[in-house]
Design a protein around this ligand. Structure first.
Ligand SMILES: Cc1ncc(COP(=O)(O)O)c(C=O)c1O
Length: 416
């Protein structure tokens, strides 16, 4: 099939059908443009990585900067290098907070630079004052480390974790909002939820859940580890109280970078994990940035990452990710053995499926060992029947690599 026809097919059927044809064509751009973007990253290993949920690639220009800054710092030259000496010992600066606020849609005094998503989520979960028997609600598809933090608070502070089951394939937002609302009691003090689940990619209706929760006086903590850099949104539009994410996944920043957003009115009530050594006031977002010395080379390279993302733009990035997803998804859905585990209209790059009669772990193993293709399998807390596979292709993946997956999939189901 000619590429143009294929693109038209994808625009007509998949999640891109939500855009008008001209808008979708413009956002998809030419393959030359995407080749240039792909070549801005280091050559990938011998494996085709279609599992980009753990950590993203980093542009070559950023890697070069880090290495240069590291050499300067190691030789004691930080004081004469403005990019380094303008940073606090924990790596942040007003300029970086401004860049984060502009890119992620909130005000500069509500966003802090952290080292990963868990640091921000841990601050949200441990920094809230809770009384005995107060409840935190989260889902059985949320991130293990977050669930463990709440379980530790159960032991330490005698609070309660309420792990709920929500529809993993939702057609309407209300199904998800109702599942959360039904779980709330007078004891519920906070809801922790993924913006986008890492296992099946479902995007939750955060704004609607937050509105429901706020009416009941319940705080909302959002895990945005997978949504930042993957989909186009503004944190302020989500209406949540706390939002934390890593920048080293879909935003292509170096490992060891993340953000913590705290709604202005909430900052004073939320304890920082480390007390501010410099005496920042309780209502200052900067109190969350004082965790000791980090490699300033990493955060000094961040402006180059913002520049690189801006060159593409969030909307265009999201559209291309959906295009790559639809490229493989439309093909495998031609088999009547494949069942979707995610509603593609409520997901982006990460999407899950189940192949009838196939053990998901064996499929992952065979793809890795025989075809050198990396994909994921799903196992959720308390939900043994919800198993399958998922892919998460990034813009570092080419169409050719996606075709390699489709061929491997077709070979596998022919023999299994
Ligand atoms: C949904 C989700 N939350 C949190 C995290 C933790 O991110 P980090 O390792 O940056 O702290 C991950 C990592 O994969 C994730 O997928």
């Amino acid at each position: 099939m000619k590429r143009r026809q294929l693109i038209k097919g994808i625009i007509a059927t998949g999640a891109l059908s939500m855009l008008n044809k001209t808008e979708a064509m413009n956002l998809l751009d030419s393959e030359d443009f995407w080749d240039e973007i792909r070549h801005s990253f280091p050559e990938s290993s011998e494996y085709i990585n279609l599992l980009n949920t753990g950590g993203g690639a980093v542009p070559k220009a950023t890697l070069k900067l880090i290495s240069e800054f590291q050499k300067i710092a190691a030789a004691g030259g930080e004081y004469k290098t403005p990019e380094l000496y303008s940073l606090k010992e924990s790596g942040s600066s007003k300029l970086l907070r401004e860049m984060m606020a502009n890119s992620f849609g909130c005000s500069t005094d509500e966003i802090a630079l952290t080292r990963n998503a868990m640091e921000g989520l841990g601050t949200g979960l441990l920094g809230m004052d809770l009384n005995k028997k107060d409840e935190i609600i989260t889902t059985n598809a949320d991130y293990d480390s977050c669930i463990r933090i709440i379980q530790q608070r159960e032991k330490r502070d005698n609070i309660r974790l309420k792990l709920i089951d929500i529809p993993m394939f939702a057609n309407h937002d209300d199904e998800v909002v109702t599942a959360f609302e039904n779980a709330c009691t007078s004891r519920t003090k906070a809801i922790l939820m993924c913006h986008m689940f890492n296992k099946n990619g479902q995007i939750l209706p955060i704004r609607k859940i937050s509105e429901m929760a706020r009416k009941k006086g319940i705080k909302t903590i959002v895990d945005g580890a997978q949504s930042i850099g993957q989909i186009d949104f503004k944190i302020s539009e989500l209406g949540c109280d706390i939002f934390a994410a890593s920048l080293h996944k879909w935003f292509w920043a170096p490992r060891g970078t993340g953000i913590l957003y705290v709604r202005k009115e909430m900052i004073e009530q939320l304890w920082s994990i480390w007390a501010s050594w410099s005496g920042k006031p309780a209502n200052s977002i900067e109190k969350f940035e004082e965790f000791g010395t980090v490699s300033k080379a990493v955060s000094a390279s961040l402006p180059s990452v913002f520049q690189f993302n801006n060159k593409i733009g969030a909307k265009k990035k999201e559209t291309r990710l959906r295009y790559l997803r639809d490229l493989w998804l439309n093909q495998i859905l031609k088999s009547d053995r494949v069942q979707l585990l995610t509603n593609p209209k409520k997901s982006c790059a990460i999407t899950a499926f189940k192949i009838d009669g196939v053990n998901p772990d064996k499929f992952v193993k065979e793809l890795s060992e025989k075809h050198k293709i990396l994909i994921g399998s799903i196992h959720l807390h308390d939900k043994p029947n919800f198993t399958g596979n998922y892919l998460a292709a990034d813009l570092t993946n080419s169409e050719k690599q996606i075709y390699r997956f489709i061929e491997a999939f077709e070979t596998y189901i022919k023999h299994n």
